[in-house]
Ligand binder design. Structure first.
Ligand SMILES: Nc1nc2c(ncn2[C@@H]2O[C@H](COP(=O)(O)OP(=O)(O)OP(=O)(O)O)[C@@H](O)[C@H]2O)c(=O)[nH]1
Ligand SMILES: [Mg+2]
Length: 450
């Protein structure tokens, strides 16, 4: 008979810096808890401490460290050189009354939390110290995010990008594997397993970089074919409702989930009902605070989609009390990739969860924002009108003459512009068109080419 493996459990650790208020601190731990749940772990406790910085050797002060170790069954001391302990004897360490869940204190078999997850980026030595003191496996926020991206990546490009980010995260955190004596026999003797592992990682990174460049040349090609088209990109914090809006606007079946980082790949679909010229809508990867730098870099190409859009819709979960901080995170990531020059509109989503007073406050603060719910068809259709109006304002009118010998281009003209009228004279078809200036320039170029 098959039994399901027990859900791994984790304790969260948060450091509250002087400039962070209680609400923001709790919200950050709530978010970490959602991230950890996305990984499939159950959170059984939280340990928080006010600190002036994140640099302490074992992250927490000695009292708090003992409190944490009592939960996880560690010694609470960093000093021991022993590998992270996981023995039954250690698991009995500490006062049972302090155990997190009541069920833990009751049965002997109840496992101690296997993971300690810290809401900050830690140095490799901090991770090591904390593992020694707690006897648990230690992950930091970055490690959790990298792992989620790793599990959710679907397309070849996303997989390559995530593997690169993951190796870059893992490499400095490698330590001598225990039991092997740290020395490699045979070829490469004299090189420690650690050096060997690091060399392997470097080689693999070089290989990945090459593969990624090939894939990206391909997608650059596809993207340039979409140049001068009417493109709008949905960007914003994870779980804000980008994919829900994408579905509603384009009738497509993109994944919508109440999970952080449900979407890792950019998808492009046509705005429905279709317009002339048609509008392309892109759904993109969500942002999160402290998005690991390597992941930002590796998603640059995915986000190029956003960079090349004519309009960015900044989607925000307006029902989230920390929505402003989330908006700021999204803005700063987009600044980092150079997308802050693209015209944008603020879309305050999930208004169905906001009461009248909240609505008035939001409007007072963001008078230009579009307030809506992705679940309300009327709201979505109004958003569609706003998108169309934006492009209308950008479009210009012009007259193109299509010589009789070049009739093959008619399809391209209809695709990239709206044909207002058609006449015939001795030179050819005379078309009055309306489209984006870039598209009309490109059409003129095609017509001029022989
Ligand atoms: N109440 C309410 N829930 C919404 C609304 N829009 C989206 N949601 C819910 O919010 C959750 C996240 O929605 P998604 O569309 O997957 O969010 P996303 O921005 O694509 O998230 P990532 O892909 O993880 O970055 C889902 O459970 C949606 O059903 C809304 O207007 N109102
Ligand atoms: Mg999504």
């Amino acid at each position: 008979m098959e039994t399901k493996p027990p859900t791994p459990t984790a304790v969260l650790v948060g450091l509250q810096m002087p400039e962070v208020d209680d609400i923001a601190h709790e919200a950050s731990l709530d978010e970490l808890e959602r991230l950890v749940k996305t990984l499939g772990y159950a959170v059984v406790g939280r340990v928080s401490q006010r600190r002036d910085g994140t640099g302490a050797a074992a992250v927490l002060g000695s009292g708090k460290l003992a409190e944490l170790a009592a939960l996880t069954g560690g010694t609470g001391r960093v000093g021991s050189m022993a590998p992270p302990p996981r023995s039954k004897a250690r698991e009995r360490f500490g006062d049972k009354a302090e155990a997190t869940g009541p069920e833990e204190a009751e049965t002997d078999a109840a496992p101690r939390p296997r993971f300690v997850i810290v809401d900050h980026e830690l140095s490799p030595s901090q991770i090591r110290n904390l593992e020694r003191a707690t006897g648990a496996e230690v992950l930091d926020r970055t490690g959790v995010i990298v792992e989620i991206f790793h599990r959710h990546a679907n397309t070849r490009e996303a997989k390559l990008q995530v593997e690169m980010a993951r190796l870059k995260y893992v490499a400095p955190r490698l330590r001598e594997s225990s039991g092997g004596g740290g020395r490699q026999q045979g070829p490469g003797a004299g090189e420690s397993t650690l050096d060997l592992d690091r060399r392997k990682i470097r080689d693999r990174l070089a290989e990945l970089k090459e593969q990624l460049e090939a894939v990206q040349r391909d997608s650059d090609h596809r993207r340039s074919a979409r140049r001068d088209q009417l493109r709008v990109a949905l960007v914003g914090y994870t779980n804000a409702g980008k994919s829900s809006l994408m579905r509603a606007l384009t009738g497509s079946q993109v994944l919508v989930e109440d999970k952080l980082f449900a979407t890792l790949d950019t998808t492009v679909r046509i705005l429905q009902p279709e317009t002339r010229p048609r509008v392309l809508v892109s759904d993109t990867v969500g942002f999160i605070k402290q998005l690991p730098h390597d992941l930002v870099a590796s998603f640059r190409s995915t986000l190029t989609e956003a960079l090349e859009a004519s309009l960015l819709l900044f989607v925000v979960d307006a029902s989230d009390p920390t929505y402003e901080a989330q908006l700021e995170v999204s803005r700063s990531v987009l600044r980092e990739i150079g997308a802050d020059a693209v015209p944008s509109r603020l879309v305050l989503n999930k208004m169905d969860r906001v009461d009248e007073a909240g609505r008035a406050a939001l409007l007072a603060k963001h008078p230009d924002a579009i307030l809506l719910s992705a679940h309300a068809p009327g709201d979505v259709s109004a958003l569609r009108d706003t998108i169309i109006a934006f492009f209308e304002a950008e479009m210009v009118e012009d007259v193109l003459v299509l010589p009789y010998a070049r009739q093959g281009l008619i399809g391209e003209i209809y695709e990239s512009a709206r044909v207002l009228s058609e006449d015939y004279d001795e030179t050819g078809r005379v078309l009055k068109v309306r489209g984006l200036p870039g598209a009309i320039t490109r059409l003129r170029r095609s017509l001029a080419a022989t």
